[in-house]
Design a protein around this ligand. Structure first.
Ligand SMILES: [Zn+2]
Length: 143
């Protein structure tokens, strides 16, 4: 019998296969049980370059230090993958929407101001570093 964890693993495995094939970054968005059938779990992933996923830009912690990372190029691609896993029937359906096959994401670098912040605060616990980065403008969803 499959459990919630293994259905998430199945979804992650499918996303990995799709990403290997199309080279886009598909980011986990949410998961929910179907209202009609409690054995069905729906996992949603979104294209990392969707224009409606763009959030605040980075603020530098130290204005004297320049962030040299450009924001990721965004597209109105509506990129979304829905994976529905029926635990009882052991059936998975995958629906891919990607209206624009836009250019692939460039390698995403970590802004220097963030690297500096981490090295200056290396004695903090990772969750404290994360909390402070979020306080200072990091998108916690990193959509
Ligand atoms: Zn896209």
């Amino acid at each position: 019998m499959l459990n919630d964890n293994s259905s998430k693993n199945i979804a992650e495995g499918i996303i990995e296969q799709i990403s290997d094939a199309d080279n886009f970054n598909w980011r986990f968005h949410d998961e929910r049980y179907s209202a009609k059938n409690k054995q069905e779990i729906n996992f949603r992933y979104k294209c990392s370059q969707r224009s409606d996923c763009a959030k605040k830009l980075w603020k530098c912690f130290n204005p004297e230090k320049q962030c040299d990372t450009l924001p990721m190029k965004r597209f109105d691609c509506h990129g979304e993958i829905n994976i529905v896993i029926d635990l009882e029937m052991k059936i998975t359906s995958v629906n891919v929407i990607h209206k624009i096959l836009h250019e692939l994401p460039k390698e995403i670098g970590v802004p220097n101001c963030v690297k500096d912040f981490i090295s200056e605060n290396i004695d903090l616990l990772p969750k404290e570093i994360y909390a402070r980065l979020v306080e200072n403008g990091l998108d916690p969803e990193i959509c």
